[in-house]
Design a protein around this ligand. Sequence first.
Ligand SMILES: [Zn+2]
Length: 180
Amino acid sequence: MEPLIHFAVPLVALMLIGVGFKKALPLSLFALMPDLDALFLVHRSFTHSIPFLLSLAAPLLLTLYKFKPRLLRLGFVALLSMFSHLVLDLSAGYTPILWPLYNYSVWFQGDLYALIGSAPALALNLRILTEPIIFEHLGSLDAPLFTGNGLFATLTIFTPLFVKTLGQKLLRLKGPHVRS
Ligand SMILES: [Zn+2]
């Protein structure tokens, strides 16, 4: 799945639950981290595993709990942001989401087809596919950072939030002048 969608989904989700743009932006960047494996020419590697990410995050979260408890909540949200990447990838291709506890990559496929003809009908297809995990070093790797579909979907869901945030900012700027 394209990085733009990985970034936009947690950004919009966080803003919808009331997290400000300035806070939501860096937290959403965490959702891109699992794909850093592509820099080493290995895609969908152990960086796409919940147990692996938890084993990395646990000491960091414990450190926050001990020394900066006020930041602990942000730490959890950053971890959830990373998990959102894995969930999205799970629907886009084989993902080693439970490695090393489960040595198979999982791909959740689900679609609902509308058959329009003499007798209209719906066809629901749900499949969970698995294949043995092989972390393969590739000679080269090319993938889109975004696609036209992803860009327009992102703009469509993000524009109302952006307009709302901008409107609130303008009202706040205007506020003191109205009172004086
Ligand atoms: Zn990925």
